[in-house]
Design a protein around this ligand. Structure first.
Ligand code: BG6
Ligand code: MG
Length: 215
């Protein structure tokens, strides 16, 4: 079976923005007086901004009950993150991604973005590939974060295809769970020992052909 549509997560699948998220969270942790390691950062992948802050605070053993203080901290992190991504260039599209997207279009497959990030449009504009997508569902259009399937179900709806006709590309465990909960096929991008729930796992898009999405 070949899906009619592919839905791509953005951070860690199309671009390696995980490093910028990490830099900004690490900077916030430092201000709060503790170290935040790369291993801790794994837990934030695919997770919404506020949920990420909760994890960061628990790593630092810090309890904050005031919601407005939490908002301020998340805003601070986001301001630094936006500074980093505002310098991004087309070169930061991960290897093989653009060719793979073009190949899908040539084969009549619809393509969409399904991301938790509220900075999706800023990134897509920076790297200049916004127009290739038939639909873009991002953090500004959803109310429930991954592993809830909302983001992918909305993308399918906008593409006018049924969930079972979609294949999702994800680098995060929460995203794989979301795709499964949506009733979609899912291809993990990254380490197979972490992305266990995926139907297939690839290390990169380089050299991948249409057979990748045949199940
Ligand atoms: C996801 C990232 O794509 O978006 C997470 O993997 C991030 O690390 C989340 O927290 C929300 O992003 P933003 O840009 O809205 O803070
Ligand atoms: Mg991701």
């Amino acid at each position: 079976m070949r899906p009619k549509a592919c839905i791509f997560d953005l951070d860690g699948v199309i671009v390696d923005t995980a490093k910028y998220h990490y830099l900004a969270w690490k900077r916030l942790a430092k201000e709060l007086g503790f170290e935040f390691t790369e291993k801790d950062n794994e837990r934030l992948k695919g997770v919404s901004r506020m949920a990420s802050l909760e994890i960061l605070l628990s790593v630092g053993g810090i309890q904050i009950d005031d919601a407005s203080v939490k908002e301020q901290l998340a805003d601070k992190k986001n301001t630094w993150y936006v500074e980093y991504i505002s310098q991004m260039t087309k070169d930061e599209i991960l290897p093989g991604v653009e060719d793979f997207l073009k190949m899908l279009k040539e084969n009549g497959i619809k393509i969409a973005i399904g991301s938790a990030s509220k900075n999706t449009m800023t990134i897509l504009n920076r790297i200049g590939i916004k127009d290739i997508f038939d639909a873009i569902i991002d953090g500004t259009k959803i109310t429930k974060a991954k592993p809830d399937p909302e983001v992918f179900l909305k993308a399918a709806q906008e593409l006018n295809v049924r969930p079972e006709e979609c294949c999702v590309f994800e680098d995060a465990v929460a995203g794989i769970e979301a795709a499964k909960a949506a009733g979609m096929k899912v291809i993990g991008v990254g380490d197979p020992s972490i992305l266990k729930g995926a139907d297939k796992v690839i290390q990169s898009f380089v050299g991948q052909g249409i057979e990748l999405i045949e199940f």
